[in-house]
Design a protein around this ligand. Structure first.
Ligand SMILES: [Zn+2]
Length: 277
């Protein structure tokens, strides 16, 4: 893409030394990458990434995401229905998700969860909750972790995880909650996903929260194509830019980038055990 050269990206890879990074949450199956997807994956490898975990957000996008895992060795996927795509899940949908879930490169049910920012209608929010619970049950049956999207629905998301999430671990992706919620998730054995907003000037509480959490519980992600981290803010985001999230995390915690890369990569491998080295 304009402004991002392979030389710049290769420099990011050199800064990491021997350490690797994993983008634990991407959407490179979307149309924004239709023209140059091969180059985007190549740049991710040059920037020091070992894996990209792409996320489906509907039946259709889960299918296209599974297809990418067959093209690119470093790409793995979650499959699931995002709350903004909520619809009553049919038995056929559930059977399809389950049959993808046993594939070796399908590492999670995700992304799933609640979005009360975009959805104001009470009945549709109820539908989101039912869909979320049903997909948590599916994850439990398949012994897969989950990737949870939660926007302005902290209370209901946590209540559902406490009641319906027994035996399931996962990541609260693009974390936007309080320190108390982060600490409760850590106690539950969950991971906290941080991405571009950590680097924004208006990052609110997040910089303080990531300083107080154990590094062993944090994973880094891009959620590309949106929310590019500083210094790429406003551009199309891509997995290589997870470097900038890790660098900000290292700076905030006063630790080396290499240490942060090593630990967050170990965390991603623990979160998603089906990732292969
Ligand atoms: Zn996402």
């Amino acid at each position: 893409m304009a402004g991002v050269t392979e030389a710049m990206v290769a420099q990011l890879g050199k800064d990491l030394g021997q350490a690797k990074l994993i983008d634990t949450h991407a959407h490179i199956n979307v149309e924004h990458f239709a023209e140059d997807r091969d180059a985007v994956v190549e740049r991710a490898a040059q920037a020091g990434l070992s894996h990209i975990v792409n996320m489906g957000d509907s039946m259709e996008s889960s299918q296209s995401s599974v297809a990418l895992t067959k093209i690119y060795p470093m790409v793995y996927t979650g499959v699931g229905i995002h709350p903004e795509e909520a619809h009553p899940m049919t038995q056929a949908d559930e059977d399809q998700l389950a049959s993808w879930g046993v594939l070796p490169k399908v590492v999670a049910i995700g992304e799933i969860g609640l979005d009360y920012y975009w959805e104001k209608d009470g009945d549709k929010r109820q539908l989101q909750r039912e869909l979320f619970i049903r997909q948590l049950d599916l994850a439990r049956q398949l012994h897969l972790p989950v990737c949870v999207h939660n926007r302005e629905a902290h209370g209901d998301t946590m209540e559902i995880l406490r009641k319906e999430g027994k035996g399931i671990v996962g990541v609260m992706h693009c974390f936007s909650g309080s320190l108390e919620i982060a600490q409760e998730l850590v106690k539950m054995g969950w991971f906290i996903g941080v991405d571009g907003p950590l680097t924004f000037k208006n990052a609110a509480k997040l910089p303080e929260i990531v300083q107080k959490l154990p590094l062993e519980r944090i994973v880094v992600e891009t959620d590309c194509p949106y929310m590019a981290p500083v210094p790429m803010r406003g551009k199309r985001n891509e997995p290589a830019f997870v470097y900038h999230v890790a660098a900000k995390l290292a700076q905030l915690r006063g630790e080396s980038l290499e240490k942060v890369a090593r630990q967050t990569t170990a965390n991603a491998l623990e979160l998603y055990p089906k990732l292969e080295l």
